[in-house]
Design a protein around this ligand. Structure first.
Ligand SMILES: [Zn+2]
Length: 137
């Protein structure tokens, strides 16, 4: 798979390290597995439809307001996906998720542990906090 084809256009560098990088890796792997079994793609390539959807998903991931502190999407209280993309990606995760333990045990384990934790109400917003503190003086 050519990474350049599926790289998000915004804040892409956030996916180059830490928890977001690990989540992006797992996400790609789930897309590849789904596309192989449903669309006949080979050699870790994705069909055009899956390439577009993965680019959308990676962009949402890169733009996540929680950043590296991101909860799992299933737990998150922010609904950042469009309805159609949400349904499509959920179908991919439902199919591929259970098949990720063997090829990606550590990434899968990390995801399962995170999924046990309650997601925060909303991301920290330092600017808003400062304004509230200022107003209460
Ligand atoms: Zn596909």
């Amino acid at each position: 798979m050519k990474t350049s084809e599926i790289h998000p256009k915004v804040k892409a560098q956030r996916l180059d390290s830490g928890a977001l990088k690990r989540e992006a890796t797992l996400l790609r792997a789930m897309f590849v597995r789904y596309c192989q079994d449903h669309h006949g793609s080979r050699d870790n390539n994705l069909c055009d439809e899956c390439t577009e959807l993965l680019r959308y998903s990676l962009t949402r991931l890169a733009c996540c307001p929680f950043g590296q502190e991101k909860p799992t999407c299933a737990r998150c209280k922010i609904h950042c996906y469009r309805a159609q993309e949400k349904d499509s990606v959920r179908a991919i995760m439902r199919y591929s998720g259970p098949k990720m333990m063997l090829p990606h045990p550590l990434l899968t384990l990390e995801h399962l542990i995170k999924n046990l934790k309650e997601a925060p109400e909303k991301p920290r917003n330092r600017k808003a906090q400062t304004q509230r503190e200022g107003a209460s003086d």
